[in-house]
Structures are given as C-alpha cells and as structure tokens.
Design a protein around this ligand. Structure first.
Ligand SMILES: Nc1ncnc2c1ncn2[C@@H]1O[C@H](COP(=O)(O)OP(=O)(O)OP(=O)(O)O)[C@@H](O)[C@H]1O
Ligand SMILES: [Mg+2]
Length: 236
C-alpha cells in the first residue's frame, strides 16, 4: 500500500524551542491513523506543521509525491490536505451557508464534494443553514468544520480532537459521520483523546510522547495490550 502522508525526522517548535523532536509517521492511502498522546505531547503542533501553519526547523513532509515541508498552507491545501482544527474555529459571524460557500470556493465541475452533498450528508446543517456560527451547538459546529474540510475535496483529512467538548451522544453522531466517509477513499490523521472513538475509526494507532512517535500498532493489537496503553497514555 502506498502512503498519502510521509513525515520523516520532522523538527519544529516555537521561538527556537523544540516541540517536535524527530517525528516519523506515515498514513496509508485511504487509511485512518489515530494519533494518541498526553496533553502537550505535540499532536496539534504536528498537525499544524503538516498543514503549513508552522514552519519546520528540519525534516520532510511528503503528500503523495510532493515535498511540502515549509510550504504555505494554501499550497498544502492544493495538494489535497484539509484540517478540522482543535476547537473547531468556524467563522462565528457567518452563517452555516456562508461558511460552506466560502470553503467551496467557485464551484468547479467534477469535484466530489459540493455544498449540496454536505447538506445531504449532514441534514442538521441544512436545517441550520441560516444560523450564524456562534448560534450553533458544539456538535453542529464540529459538523460544520468537517463539512468545510470536505469541500476542499481532500485526500488527507487532519482531524484534531473532533470529540473535544462534545457530549457522548454527539460524539456518537460525529463517529457515525466519520465512519460514513470510509468508503470515500479519504485518508485521515485523527488526533483523539477519546480512545473509544479512536479505536472505532482508526486502523492503526501511533502514540506521541515528548515530540516523538514512540509506538505504532494496528488498532486491534493496541487495544488488546492494556498494560502498554496504560504505560504510554496513563489510561486503562
Ligand atoms: N503557539 C505556541 N507557542 C508556544 N508554545 C506552544 C504553542 N502551542 C503549543 N505550544 C507548546 O508546545 C507543546 C505541545 O503543544 P501541542 O498543542 O502541540 O500539544 P497537544 O499534544 O496537541 O496537546 P493537547 O492534547 O492538550 O491538545 C506544549 O508544551 C505547548 O505548551
Ligand atoms: Mg492539541
């Protein structure tokens, strides 16, 4: 299987300080890899560096056959990478419809995702299309953030804690939604603290500690090894 994302010996941080300390990570074409790790491990920093929001000190980031280390976010986006940021970050003063239209850009023929298709996938958003971003529930904002990312027609989605701050029933809605995307051939790097959600969606897990990937395993193997999960994540 070929990889859609290949990160090698990636170093990055803030103001000269090191957060990512030699990250090696791959995501297979169409596959979902859960990125686990304690608070402050560097997960969001990795997602931002892949997206071009933070320039790496060194190392390589390949998406397909393009080397994107240090590339600007719009260049990374054009290579087929879309981000669902931690904390969702929808545009509060804009309506659902405006948020989606902005993400869709000018409608181009032959694109897999359209605003209409996002509404079909998430009828809830269609009902709320005239509501402003700041009038949505947390779950609705998360759906809007996912819808916006899909409208970029990505081959790789970077999902940074999609369950963060959501009630369990709403996390389930998001899980059903993301499961429904499996057949679409979109690969995902899924940062998640909710292990149930991570295990449900991901074929493999990667564990980050202090800016390095310290463990990688198929999900089935990882979830069977409770002692290791506890040692790496501090949870049972
Ligand atoms: N903008 C920033 N400026 C300076 N330091 C930062 C900045 N963002 C994050 N850091 C630091 O980088 C380290 C890694 O943070 P990061 O947000 O990548 O962790 P994380 O694994 O995503 O954590 P969480 O699970 O809490 O979201 C932390 O020590 C954090 O304080
Ligand atoms: Mg984070």
């Amino acid at each position: 299987m070929t990889d859609v994302l290949t990160v090698r010996d990636l170093r990055a941080g803030y103001d000269g300080g090191t957060v990512l300390d030699g990250v090696d990570l791959t995501v297979p074409e169409g596959g979902v890899v859960a990125l686990l790790g304690r608070n402050g491990a560097g997960k969001t920093t990795l997602v931002h560096t892949v997206m071009g929001l933070l320039k790496p000190y060194s190392g390589s980031i390949r998406v397909g056959d393009r080397d994107l280390a240090g590339a600007a976010p719009h260049t990374v986006a054009r290579s087929g990478v879309a981000i669902v940021p931690q904390g969702r970050r929808v545009f509060a003063p804009l309506t659902v419809e405006e948020n989606l239209r902005l993400a869709a850009g000018r409608d181009r023929a032959g694109r897999a995702w359209t605003v209409r298709r996002v509404y079909e996938l998430m009828p809830r958003l269609a009902e709320r299309r005239g509501h402003r971003g700041d009038q949505l529930s947390g779950g609705e904002q998360q759906m809007l953030a996912i819808g916006r990312a899909l409208l970029r027609n990505p081959r790789l989605l970077l999902l940074d804690e999609p369950s963060d701050g959501l009630a369990p029933a709403v996390v389930d809605d998001v899980a059903v939604l993301l499961e429904g995307l499996r057949g679409e051939g979109i690969a995902a790097l899924l940062v998640e603290q909710d292990l149930h959600l991570a295990f449900r969606l991901a074929g493999e897990v990667a564990v980050m500690r202090k800016g390095q990937i310290v463990h990688r395993a198929p999900t089935s193997e990882f979830r069977a090894d409770r002692a290791r999960a506890h040692a790496l994540l501090g949870v049972g």
